[in-house]
Design a protein around this ligand. Structure first.
Ligand code: AMP
Ligand code: ZN
Length: 460
């Protein structure tokens, strides 16, 4: 079977044919680092990670770029509220994001790119758009993309312009649409007082980039003018990705992305989980309930990335119980390593090749575990092979050497406790959990245990 993906551009499942096989140029929209991402956001990053793992499993060499948006309205607003420089503020949340993705077993992209490191590239694209008469300067010095002049505007979102205004997320008002022609979006925002000391002096004037141009610049600078795959959540389709197409294709004259892929939402009470609706949870909330972040990953994989899923605690707790059961079965297999079972492997590939059918792939994992005709060694080899895609951490289960990073944090926490700084000690405890370890105090001091095995042995 051939690898097939649902392409938002055509609204169809298409056979995947990369531009330059076996290489795949892959860009996924990353976080805006102004706060802790919520677990809905992590669906987008787990989806991108699963997609990348499937491509690698199929033998492709994936060049994966993910951006860090460290300049936009929200980062400026909230860094000012905290009286921090934009750099200090965004670096803190970038570091927290990196810890989170580690605990979710999300592989690091080939390169994580910070928007503020690509201002020159953004300026160059905007200059081209001005030359091509697709952009104009407004009275205050801001530069806007003139969507009427770009004939393919709307090809991704398939919406007529009037509908687009209604369908866009809150970002439309705050970020882009404050000028005369409501639907033109900002490429460059002239400095105003609210920006404080955040500005760049460039050929375009004193100011800062708009949000959308950041991704066009980082994608083209690292992967070239045309790429194979670009991902994000469905709320990125409009306006963000539609605008990326307009800017990129408007400046190069070439098709920007071959396959656009989008994950559906995590809901709470059937409404989209979001910061603005105040109905969100972070990974820290899960850890506080002693839920392993990998149980969340497992729960997401139980649904196809294109279906909406409703978050309830019982569901994720159920996923954790199932995952522990799988861990238990795996640990019983011992240390033998045999052969990957070809028939199971072929089925596993077949399911994933069908637009990443992870729910069916997971049923195979159970089938392997329960197969009475397979040797323990073959089971182990097959599970570890599947886990290259699933990323559920089977390979880590038996490693009980505690990393230096964890012992160092545990020492700092002990010190904080001695100083009666319980807030700090709690924070450090959370940090340790994010690295996958549990810390417990007893009369002799403290004990560190790895989360999966400790929880597992507690229950079995
Ligand atoms: P943002 O920081 O708002 O740009 O969001 C980061 C990523 O998370 C984007 O790809 C969004 O589309 C995605 N996203 C936001 N909310 C949800 C949600 N409730 N469920 C799934 N993905 C989401
Ligand atoms: Zn983006």
């Amino acid at each position: 079977m051939a690898l097939k993906f649902y392409n938002t551009l055509s609204r169809e499942k298409e056979i995947f044919v990369p531009i330059n096989p076996p290489n795949v140029g892959f860009y996924s929209c990353g976080p805006t680092v102004y706060n802790y991402p919520h677990i809905g956001n992590y669906r987008a990053y787990i989806f991108a990670d699963t997609l990348k793992r499937v491509l690698q499993y199929e033998g492709y060499k994936v060049n994966h770029i993910m951006n860090i948006t460290d300049i936009d309205d929200k980062t400026i607003r909230d860094s000012q509220k905290e009286h921090k420089t934009l750099k200090d503020f965004t670096e803190f949340y970038t570091a927290e994001f990196l810890k989170d993705i580690k605990s979710l077993n999300i592989e690091l992209p080939t390169k994580l790119t910070k928007a503020t490191s690509y201002i020159n590239e953004m300026v160059a694209i905007i200059k081209k758009l001005l030359d091509n008469r697709l952009a104009y300067k407004s009275a205050d010095g801001s530069i806007y993309f003139d969507i009427k002049k770009f004939k393919n505007y709307g090809k991704l979102s398939h919406l007529v312009i009037e509908e687009q205004k209604e369908n866009a997320s809150g970002r439309i008002k705050t970020d882009e649409y404050e000028k005369d022609n409501a639907q033109d979006f900002a490429l460059w925002k002239a400095w105003d007082e609210k920006d404080g000391d955040v500005f760049w002096e460039t050929e375009l004037g004193k100011g800062r980039p708009g949000w959308h141009i950041e991704c066009s610049a980082m994608s083209m600078a690292n992967l070239g003018e045309q790429i194979d795959i670009h991902t994000g959540g469905v709320d990125n389709i409009f306006p963000h990705h539609e605008n990326e197409i307009a800017q990129s294709e408007g400046s190069t004259g070439k098709q920007f992305v071959k396959y656009w892929m989008h994950n559906e939402w995590v809901l709470v009470d059937q409404k989209k989980m979001s910061k603005s609706a105040q109905n969100f949870y972070t990974l820290r909330d899960l850890i506080a309930k002693d839920i392993n972040p990998l149980a969340y990953r497992f729960w997401l994989l139980m649904a196809n990335y294109r279906t909406r899923i409703n978050f309830v605690w019982e569901a994720v707790e159920g996923a954790e119980t199932a995952l522990k059961r799988l861990y238990g079965l795996y640990l019983e297999l011992g240390n033998e390593y045999g052969h990957i079972h070809k028939e199971y492997q072929n089925k596993f590939k077949e399911y994933l090749e069908d637009d990443l059918d992870t729910p069916r792939a997971l049923t195979l994992l159970w089938d392997v575990m329960k197969d009475e005709n397979m040797s323990n060694g073959d089971k182990r080899a097959t599970v570890l092979d599947f886990d290259k895609v699933l990323g559920l951490g089977f390979d880590n289960l038996k490693k009980d050497v505690i990393p230096h990073e964890v012992t160092k944090l545990a020492e700092e926490r002990e010190q904080a406790r001695k100083n009666k700084d319980f807030k700090k000690s709690d924070e450090l405890r959370n940090e340790i959990s994010l690295l996958g370890y549990l810390i417990r105090d007893d009369e002799n001091g403290y004990k560190i245990t790895k989360i999966e095995s400790s929880n597992f042995f507690k229950k079995i």
